[in-house]
Design a protein around this ligand. Structure first.
Ligand SMILES: [Cu+2]
Length: 162
């Protein structure tokens, strides 16, 4: 049993007696809320909640994140790159007439003081022909290019889809 497990058990036991379970939950929520509020106060472009789907080598993955434009001017998402993919592209999932699929979503405009959400079932950064296995716990670098802001490199943790 390693130290972390001992500490975890200790905290769990402490929680049973002190009823502090909800405190640690609300602490996490508070931290998330603070991060979101920080992004919304920002006057620059911010990336939050980024994650990439786990994938095998020579497979496909998708990157999801929120892009907040804190500037006073609209910006446009023009391109995405990642060294771990043979090809990266902006995609949009759609459902039409009983069909589901994906199509390129180029030149997405982000209005001033507004958020563009890339999330499962909607917009995403498609990573095709992954050059390596992307395992849960790994981090990859993704370059997001905006017309005004320029290229920004974002560190993206890999997670299992569910
Ligand atoms: Cu896609």
């Amino acid at each position: 049993m390693n130290f972390n497990k001992v500490l975890y058990l200790f905290l769990m036991t402490g929680c049973i007696f002190a009823g502090c379970q909800s405190d640690s939950d609300s602490e996490t929520k508070q931290k998330q809320q603070e991060a979101a509020e920080h992004a919304f106060r920002s006057t620059s472009v911010e990336f939050t909640d980024q994650w990439a789907q786990a994938a095998q080598k020579d497979g496909n993955s998708a990157v999801y994140l929120q892009i907040y434009n804190g500037t006073a001017t609209a910006d446009t998402l023009v391109a995405v790159h990642s060294a771990v993919a043979g090809e990266a592209a902006l995609h949009e999932s759609f459902q039409e007439k009983g069909l589901t699929g994906m199509r390129p979503a180029d030149r997405l405009v982000i209005s001033p003081k507004s958020m563009l959400a890339l999330q499962p079932g909607g917009l995403h950064i498609m990573l095709m022909n992954t050059k390596q296995r992307l395992a849960e716990g790994d981090s990859i670098q993704v370059v997001i290019e905006l017309a005004r802001t320029g290229k920004k490199e974002v560190t993206v943790p890999v997670r299992l889809a569910n």
